[in-house]
Design a binder for this molecule. Structure first.
Ligand SMILES: C=C(O[C@@H]1C=C(C(=O)O)C=C[C@H]1O)C(=O)O
Length: 252
């Protein structure tokens, strides 16, 4: 079993216990940026992966139930950094590590802000940044920062789901059980995880812990499933996906 993992602090709680063999397993792990996780999963270079949620809507894959990377209010690490007031923004630079937040940005500009903008890879009036890069940038910027989980909550009324465990084929329940056990271990050991991250990254422990505890959540309950359905509907409406997506969970 080959599994690709998102190499951001926000994903650590889902796999820390597996990668460090706190929970015994025979899985081969690779860590990549989210957009690369999506590609590897799609090209079947791996069997399972943590991948941007929008990828599910582009595939005929399976969602592993009861687990995701989401935010119930503000996520902190998925943000627009503005050089101008929002109503003056004409160009938006996207983050090439992301797929889901790129789609979310496009949906918010089209349907919430109702501003026509040009998307670019170059310097722009406003920039989408995700993950650890966003956590660092927030510390050192005087730009206006717009939190995209908060914006989605205001727009849709639901907590946003950034990433899912996705399998590109049916896998034995033994493995889905391992992923759920790892999540449960992770959410009960956020101190250990924040500490391990700060040992290898130049980041403050209290901030890492606060981020994991208060900005992120990992259960995939009914309101988050509803949120995914609404997100996929808007993505389809905006031609970001080519089909209307029904959610298929493993072991159902
Ligand atoms: C919350 C975040 O979620 C990430 C955002 C993703 C995306 O935009 O495609 C994919 C995986 C998540 O780990 C973040 O990186 O800040």
């Amino acid at each position: 079993m080959k599994v690709v993992l998102v190499d951001f602090l926000n994903a650590y709680p889902l796999y820390f216990a597996l990668v460090n063999k706190i929970i015994d397993n025979d899985i081969e792990f690779i860590r990549k940026m989210p957009s690369v996780c999506a590609k590897m999963l799609y090209e079947k270079q791996v069997d399972v992966g943590i991948a941007p949620s929008i990828e599910y809507a582009k595939s005929d894959h399976y969602i592993i139930p009861n687990v995701c990377i989401s935010s119930d209010y503000k996520v902190k690490s998925v943000a627009l950094f503005l050089k101008k007031p929002l109503n003056k923004v004409k160009t938006v630079k996207l983050d090439k590590n992301s797929n889901t937040s790129v789609a979310l940005t496009k949906i918010l500009f089209a349907y919430k802000y109702k501003i026509g903008v040009e998307y670019t890879e170059d310097k722009a009036d406003c920039e989408l940044v995700i993950g650890d890069n966003a956590l660092y940038r927030i510390e050192h910027t005087d730009e206006q920062v717009i939190d995209l989980a908060y914006e989605w909550m205001e727009f849709s009324g639901y907590p946003f789901v950034f990433a899912l465990w996705i399998a590109n084929k049916k896998i034995p329940t033994h493995y889905t059980d391992l992923f759920l056990k790892a999540k449960n271990w992770g959410i009960n050991h956020l101190e250990t995880i924040a500490e391990a991250f700060c040992d290898t990254h130049n980041y403050d422990y209290n901030k890492a812990y606060d981020y994991l505890k208060n900005n992120l959540s990992y259960d995939l309950g009914e309101n988050k499933i509803k949120s995914l359905e609404i997100f996929f509907e808007y993505a389809y409406k905006l031609n970001l996906t080519s089909k209307k997506s029904n959610l298929h969970f493993l072991n159902e």
